[in-house]
Design a binder for this molecule. Structure first.
Ligand code: T6T
Length: 333
C-alpha cells in the first residue's frame, strides 16, 4: 500500500487506502498547567469519561488507554454516558469530580454545556485531557487529542462526489449541533462539496445518535427526493442507521454513502456494498496519547497542547489489507 505519511497532508494512494496522516503534536507547551507532583505517573488516579459507553469508537479508545495506563502504573478506570446527552454525562462528570482524581480524560458531548464543571475540576488541581471532542473554552484541557475532523469531512465529500459522478442530490445526516467533531466534519464536507456545482446538497438532518432515527430519515428523504444519489453519515450510529434504511428501501448500492468511523456494523455494511467509503479514525491512538500526555504532565515534562491522530479512508477494495483493517474498531478489549 503506497502511502507516504507527511504532516498535514491528505495523501491519495491511487487504488488503495487514502491515508490522512495526523497532524503531529503541535503547539507544545512547556507548562503542563502545574509542575508535576512527586512520583510521576505511577499511582496517579486517572478517570476516563467517554461520549457513549457502548460505542465501539470509545470502546477501542478505552481499551488502548487502559493498556497504556497499566503500563505506567496508573490507577485507571473508565465510564461513559449511556447516550449522547448532556443530562446523562453531567452527573457522571460530577461524581468523578467529587473523587478529585489526578487526571481526567473526557469526551464532552457538548462544546459548552459542561464547561463550568470542567473549569471547577481543573481549578481543583485535576489535569484534564480532552479526547476526541472538545469544548469552545480554550482554557479547558492541558491537552486535546483528536482526528482532523474537518479534513476527514473534505475527504468524504471528494470520495462521495466521485461515486456520484459529480451530479445529483446529496444529504448529510449527523448526531446533533454543538458536537465539536461532527460539526467540524460537516463544515469540511459542506465546503468541499461546494466545489461540485452539479451536486445539490439538501439541508442537514440530525438523528441524536439514534440509528433508528437515521433509518427513517433516509427513507423520508428518498421519498421526497427520488434523485438522491449520496449521503454523508457523520458517525457510527448514523452510518449504521442509514445502511439499515437504505436496505429497507431496497436502495442499497444505488444511493452512495460515505460514513465516518469503522465499527463492526459499518464494516459489515461496507462488505455488503450498502456503504461505499468509511473514514476511519484511530481511537486507540487517541486513548494512548492522552494517557502519555497526562503522564508527561505528572512528571513535569513538556505537554503537547494538541495532538492530531490518523484517519484512513476504507473501501471494499482495500479493507482486507492488514495496514487498513488494523483501523477497524472493536466491540470489546
Ligand atoms: O465519530 C465518533 C466520535 O469521533 C464522535 O465524536 C462521536 O461519534 C463517534 O463516537 C462514533 O459514534
Amino acid at each position: 500500500m503506497p502511502s507516504i505519511r507527511s504532516k498535514r497532508r491528505v495523501l491519495v494512494a491511487a487504488s488503495t487506502v487514502l491515508a490522512l496522516a495526523g497532524a503531529a503534536a503541535c503547539s507544545s507547551s512547556s507548562d503542563s498547567g502545574s509542575s508535576g507532583s512527586a512520583g510521576g505517573a505511577s499511582g496517579k488516579k486517572v478517570r476516563l469519561i467517554t461520549g457513549v459507553k457502548s460505542d465501539p469508537f470509545y470502546i477501542t479508545m478505552t481499551c488502548a488507554a487502559k493498556t497504556e495506563a497499566k503500563a505506567k502504573g496508573m490507577d485507571f478506570t473508565a465510564d461513559g454516558s449511556a447516550q449522547w446527552d448532556v443530562s446523562v454525562q453531567r452527573p457522571l462528570l460530577d461524581s468523578v469530580a467529587a473523587t478529585r482524581p489526578d487526571g481526567l480524560m473526557i469526551s464532552p458531548v457538548d462544546t459548552a454545556a459542561l464547561t463550568p464543571s470542567l473549569k471547577q475540576i481543573q481549578s481543583s488541581g485535576t489535569k484534564v485531557a480532552l479526547v476526541d471532542t472538545t469544548v469552545t473554552d480554550s482554557s479547558i484541557g492541558i491537552t486535546r487529542i483528536s482526528s482532523d475532523n474537518e479534513k476527514g469531512g473534505r475527504v468524504a465529500a471528494d470520495a462521495l462526489a466521485k461515486l456520484m459522478n459529480e451530479k445529483g442530490s446529496a444529504i448529510v445526516i449527523s448526531v446533533k449541533p454543538g458536537v465539536s467533531t461532527t460539526d467540524a466534519r460537516i463544515k469540511g464536507f459542506t465546503e468541499e462539496m461546494a466545489k461540485y456545482p452539479k451536486i445539490k446538497l439538501l439541508p442537514t438532518l440530525y438523528d441524536n445518535d439514534l440509528p433508528a432515527t437515521a433509518a427513517s430519515q433516509i427513507q423520508s428523504t428518498l421519498a421526497a427526493h427520488p434523485d438522491l444519489g449520496g449521503v454523508f453519515a457523520g458517525n457510527t450510529n448514523t452510518g449504521q442507521g442509514i445502511a439499515t434504511g437504505l436496505k429497507q428501501a431496497g436502495k442499497q448500492g444505488a444511493v452512495k454513502v460515505a460514513a465516518f468511523d469503522a465499527e463492526p456494523d459499518e464494516i459489515a455494511a461496507l462488505k455488503a456494498g450498502t456503504l461505499q467509503v468509511l473514514v476511519a479514525q484511530d481511537p486507540a491512538a487517541i486513548g494512548k496519547e492522552a494517557v502519555d500526555q497526562l503522564a508527561a504532565a505528572f512528571e513535569g515534562k513538556t505537554v503537547s497542547k494538541s495532538v492530531g491522530t490518523n484517519m484512513v479512508a476504507i473501501t471494499k477494495a482495500n479493507m482486507n489489507e492488514p495496514a487498513v483493517s488494523k483501523y477497524f474498531y472493536k466491540s470489546g478489549c
